[in-house]
Design a protein. Structure first.
Length: 163
């Protein structure tokens, strides 16, 4: 279950004086904390001052879309990272929460024009989630941080005045 490809180098944040936010689902808090720590450390590797990373905790992944949208709408952040863990159970709850989180986070990015990175684990088992939250497969928080930086660079570059 090892990572298939070696970890790529961190992307360089073009404007290190910007701010990045994370909305973090508190359900499965130990795993979400590992995802948030991974995002924080990877953003520092990308050149973001750790003081310019704000994390906001919400009850669960169902609440991520609204919180991501609200953070994006403030205008304070060049990117917002959604972090959480949803593990399949015996009821359809998994599908409902996963679908709402994915579609809502995507819609927040489209509606606001602020990159919203998806770092929500949707796993069949706790072991799969642990492997992807800083375990043998990697850390999805780091991957989401990379996506946030690449997209912030792209969108910021497109919005820059042409000279």
């Amino acid at each position: 279950m090892a990572r298939i490809e070696p970890r790529p180098p961190p992307p360089n944040l073009n404007q290190p004086d910007v701010r990045v936010a994370a909305a973090v689902a508190g359900f499965h808090r130990a795993l979400s904390t590992r995802l948030c720590d991974g995002a924080r450390s990877r953003l520092a590797e990308c050149g973001l001052d750790p003081e310019r990373f704000d994390d906001y905790w919400v009850p669960g992944s169902f609440e991520l879309p609204l919180s991501v949208r609200a953070l994006a709408e403030t205008g304070r952040y060049v990117a917002v990272i959604a972090l959480g863990v949803v593990i399949r159970g015996e009821t359809p709850h998994f599908e409902y929460v996963s679908d709402v989180a994915a579609s809502g986070i995507s819609q927040a990015a489209l509606d606001t024009g602020v990159p919203c990175a998806f770092g929500v684990l949707t796993c069949d088992t706790m072991a799969q989630a642990e492997a992807r939250a800083g375990g043998e497969v990697g850390n999805a928080g780091e991957d989401a941080a990379d996506a946030a930086v690449v997209m912030a660079n792209l969108i910021g570059g497109l919005r820059a005045p042409v000279g």
